[in-house]
Write a protein that binds this ligand. Sequence first.
Ligand code: DX5
Ligand code: ZN
Length: 213
Amino acid sequence: MKIELAPSILSSDFGAIRSQVQEMAAAGVDRIHFDVMDGQFVPPITFGAKMVADLADVGCFLEAHLMTLTPERHFEDFVKAGCKGIMFHVEASSHPFRHLQNLRQMGVQAGIAINPGTPWTMVQELLTVADLVLVMTVNPGWGGQAFISECLGKIRSIRHAAPEVDLEVDGGIDPTTLPLVVDAGANIAVTGSYLMGRPSIAQAVQELRASCG
Ligand code: DX5
Ligand code: ZN
């Protein structure tokens, strides 16, 4: 199975964001992951759809991870900005089934995200309308946190229930934890602080790819 890498721009230097995203694309990553935080669902505030629009010309698959309340209010803006995938939190929505249907109708990959403290069965009934499940392997809100290994069971359960769904993991991914999540069934991995902490983005991408064969 091909493992996709999805660098998060959260750990990037926002003052040099264009060149860093270009470096990610040149290193052959599969997606660029935009962490959108509203200061309500999670304490920090990051950026909105304009960030995506301004970087849409880099030519990568762009995805928005909405850590916001009432995420459905933002779908249209992020689709217009150039996102090909949007994921929102099951904990932030009263009507996730309908919102996933709407995302599919808008022609983008429909993703549902789930926090470490939420049982996997919260997304069970959504698996028929979700193209992707984003399993948080840290508590959302900040980059650079330690991987929560208790989440591995959740990844296995979702993979068992939905062999075909795209299963993405987010938080604390490095060459040690990547093989664990891949073994549990993940096929897409977000990576933030590891990527920016290495001498070069290209080297970090190589190290991550080598770690999971
Ligand atoms: C956390 C974000 C993640 C995070 C990943 O709320 O969703 O995308 O920035 O960063 P690392 O790889 O540093 O855990
Ligand atoms: Zn994220």
